[in-house]
Design a protein around this ligand. Structure first.
Ligand code: GLU
Length: 424
């Protein structure tokens, strides 16, 4: 199923159903107290706001914005804000639930949250985006804060969006509050290495997986769907480690070269606002076809619902390293598991981003900043530890890697809830 510039409607209600089904299965395997499982099935708080924006032509459009905090037992809510036409309450709720498990799996002291605005950011001017971001921040002002809930970038939001949120929040408070968001520019309290963290963390895990399977990076091939922050960094880091990148794509389609793509040249090409499809170093390939190219490592790093029961039988890779949130449906999961594909599941695969977000939040609160080697070293250690924990639980309980990752995350949150008890 190809994804479009407008995002996808494969998220939403079905994503929430999938997230709840995953929780139910994990709860059963963990013999979780049904009262705790019941509490975890629901988001703690959900806020829906109207975001009126004066557009460049003078008329006013009211967008709908959301912020959902699924669970804040382990710490403040944490999770991105996305701007896409697919954004709705169900999608945001599912994504906030995945953030809860992801933070707990990585053992970082955050709960799970997510937010978004239903809009097509690709068709909006910089001025419109700024006014929308500032008004949205104002509307959710009481809901967020360094000790309450800390937004970060997600689909179609970036460092600039975070800078506007931080500035609007700080203006309301009366002084600079860098810790209200992560993923902001370094000069205003961002962390070095945050932009590269999701792709870099994913490559740390791929290296662990290769070692686990006794495979050498220099003999491997990879295909990367999505060439944003996650996909481009993953492709670059893999190619630096000797992996031959056969194909990459962005929203409009991709390029394929059996001999391997020159990733540095491709990154330079897209920096000039050129689509991947216009790159001369390979043949064109569609977003649907790219997933079916035989390779050792397949990295879906675009959006959710890409690998379905329909195309899963034709996926031909040894390692599926999920950079996006929810790229594989539950049915496809079963097909790939039966076929012996080694899965690096999304809540582990893309957790490098929120892990360095945690580093950023710590640095903001200490007002003491770390250098790149410290960030990379600490990130690698956390990624490798989480990978080892998932492998160990998967072997012990004879469950797939996704279920093992979910079980670790869910059991940590449940244990904290049990200890804290139910108020009143
Ligand atoms: N949006 C990213 C995610 O889905 C990052 C979240 C964060 O850094 O808070 O994991």
């Amino acid at each position: 199923m190809p994804f479009s510039k407008q995002g996808t409607d494969t998220e939403g209600r079905s994503a929430l159903k999938e997230a709840q089904t995953q929780l139910d299965r994990a709860a059963e395997l963990l013999s979780l107290d049904p009262n705790l499982a019941e509490r975890l099935r629901h988001a703690k708080r959900s806020l829906i706001v109207a975001v009126p924006v004066r557009m460049d032509d003078g008329h006013v459009t009211s967008f709908t914005g959301y912020r959902v905090q699924h669970n804040v037992t382990l710490g403040p809510g944490k999770g991105g804000i996305r701007y896409a036409p697919s954004v709705n309450l169900e999608e945001v709720t599912a994504l906030s639930m995945w953030m809860t498990w992801k933070c707990a799996l990585m053992n970082i002291p955050f709960g799970g949250a997510k937010g978004g605005i239903c809009c097509d950011a690709t068709k909006m001017s910089r001025g419109e985006l700024q006014r929308m971001t500032r008004r949205f921040t104002f509307e959710i002002f009481n809901f967020i804060g360094p000790d309450k809930d800390i937004p970060a970038p997600d689909m179609y939001t970036n460092e600039q969006t975070m800078a506007w949120i931080m500035d609007t929040y700080s203006t309301q408070v009366g002084h600079s509050v860098p810790g209200v968001v992560t993923g902001k520019p370094a000069v205003i309290g961002g962390s070095v290495g945050r932009r590269e963290a999701t792709g870099g963390g994913l490559v740390n895990l791929i290296m662990s997986a290769l070692e686990h399977l006794g495979l050498e990076p220099g003999k491997m091939t990879a295909v990367v769907q999505g060439f944003g922050n996650v996909g481009s960094v993953a492709a670059q880091e893999l190619s630096r480690r000797g992996v031959r990148i056969l194909a990459v794509s962005d929203v409009d389609g991709g390029v394929y070269n059996k001999a391997g793509l020159d990733i540095d040249a491709l990154i330079h090409h897209v920096e000039w606002k050129q689509p991947v499809t216009a790159f001369s170093g390979g043949e064109p390939v569609t977003n649907a076809a790219i997933l079916e190219i035989p390779c050792d490592i397949l990295v879906p790093a675009a959006t959710s619902g890409q690998i379905t029961a329909e195309n899963a039988p034709r996926i031909d890779c040894r390692i599926l390293a999920e950079g996006a949130n929810g790229p594989t449906t539950l049915e496809a999961d079963r097909i790939l598991e039966d076929r012996g594909v080694f899965l690096i599941p999304d809540i582990l695969g893309n957790a490098g981003g929120v892990t360095v977000s945690y580093f950023e939040w710590v640095q903001d609160s200490q007002q003491y900043f770390w250098d790149m080697s410290e960030i990379q070293g600490r990130l690698e250690k956390i990624m490798k530890r989480a990978f080892a924990e998932v492998m160990a639980l998967s072997a012990e309980k004879k469950v797939g890697h996704r279920m093992a990752a979910l079980m670790i995350g869910i059991s940590r949150v449940a244990e904290a809830m049990r200890l804290r008890g139910l108020y009143p």
